[in-house]
Design a protein around this ligand. Sequence first.
Ligand code: 5GP
Length: 189
Amino acid sequence: MSGKLIIISAPSGAGKSTILKSILKNKDLNLEFSISACNRKPRKGEINGKHYYFISTEEFKQKIANNEFVEWEEVYENNFYGTLHSEVDRILNKNTNVIFDIDVEGGLNIKKLFGDKALAIFIMPPSIEKLRERLEHRNTDNQDEINRRVSKARKEISKSHFFDKIIVNNDLDTAVKKTYNVIKNFIKN
Ligand code: 5GP
């Protein structure tokens, strides 16, 4: 196993998924996305085994009991997400680098477990006000949900200093370039 691990974490609305999609297009980085397991229902367009392994709550709990997870979190109430050992092994065994889109707690847990083999990147929104604006523009959440995400974001930002790199997403292209450079530099060592 000689692949490396790249962790991307961010508050909801910071632009993490968009940055991740762009980064995955750079074939020179030799990255493969770690598909997490979760117990929520697929959204429109989401495919089982591509975006997530969509499993039932019972299956999820069984996998916790069997120690099948590298890490797992109840990210939102009754919504469980976790990284399977089998998934990380599947990618690392191909000598490919693994990239994770996971929440802050999960990201820091993976960093703790893998140490220098892992690079933990935090995507920072330019400000809480901007983050709120983005969530409102997205039009996918009601006001209560937006307030919940904003208050979660404050807590997540307070942990950003534990990450190896913080990239402020003020301008998307610049943030993508910075993320690319940081990863490129990390995997060449
Ligand atoms: P969504 O439901 O919007 O796809 O994801 C919700 C949150 O769960 C995102 O912040 C995402 O990064 C996080 N997440 C996805 N997979 C995992 C995982 O395996 N472990 C942890 N801890 N968080 C995850």
